[in-house]
Design a protein around this ligand. Structure first.
Ligand code: NI
Length: 184
């Protein structure tokens, strides 16, 4: 189970629409997911989409620790062919970072509450709802499947910053706060 190299902004695989997974009996699928899990762990990310490891398939993994999500842990989730629906029109700005855009963070507006459905590794359909940071992670990851990186969602590019620089500026969110926005 190797740690895979992460595709960085500019790579074509991050720009295209990834294709649906249809063959849930494919013996390579589990190996790919294992490699993605190992890669996400090694990078200390909270989420990873298959295009980020140069595989143009609609696969996302994420894990939201309780400390990041108002005390509610979202267990490790492995999603195939996820589809998102906003539950409210309300949106909220929040810091995001991305393993494919290393060193940078920026403020992105996301829906505060969504429902999402996906297939698990057996192909069974699962439906969930998410709020807050959990909802943000799912939206960020699913964007990867459509060739969208978070800077493309930013309305105020003046918030795009190198995290190290922002950490050293007085009056900015603390380092730990920014670290918490890492890295999807
Ligand atoms: Ni990302």
């Amino acid at each position: 189970m190797p740690v895979l190299p992460i595709a960085l902004m500019g790579a074509n695989v991050l720009k295209r629409r990834a294709v649906e997974v249809t063959d849930f009996k494919d013996s390579l699928l589990r190996g790919l997911v294992d490699d993605m899990l190992e890669t996400m762990d090694a990078a200390e990310g909270v989420g990873l989409a298959a295009p980020q490891v140069s595989v143009s398939k609609r696969i996302v993994i994420f894990y939201v620790p309780a400390a990041r999500n108002e005390g509610i842990e979202i267990p490790l989730t492995i999603m195939f062919n996820p589809v998102i629906k906003p539950l409210k029109k309300t949106r909220e700005d929040g810091w995001e970072a991305c393993l494919s855009v290393p060193g940078l963070i920026g403020e992105v507006s996301r829906y505060t509450a969504i429902s999402y459905r996906y297939q698990d590794i057996t192909g069974a359909i699962i439906e969930c709802e998410a709020e807050g940071f959990h909802a943000r992670v799912v939206q960020h990851e699913c964007d990867h499947l459509d060739g969208i990186l978070y800077p493309m969602r930013m309305k105020d590019m003046s918030t795009l910053a190198f995290v190290d620089v922002l950490n050293s500026e007085v009056g900015q969110p603390s380092g730990s706060e920014l670290q918490k926005s890492m890295s999807e």
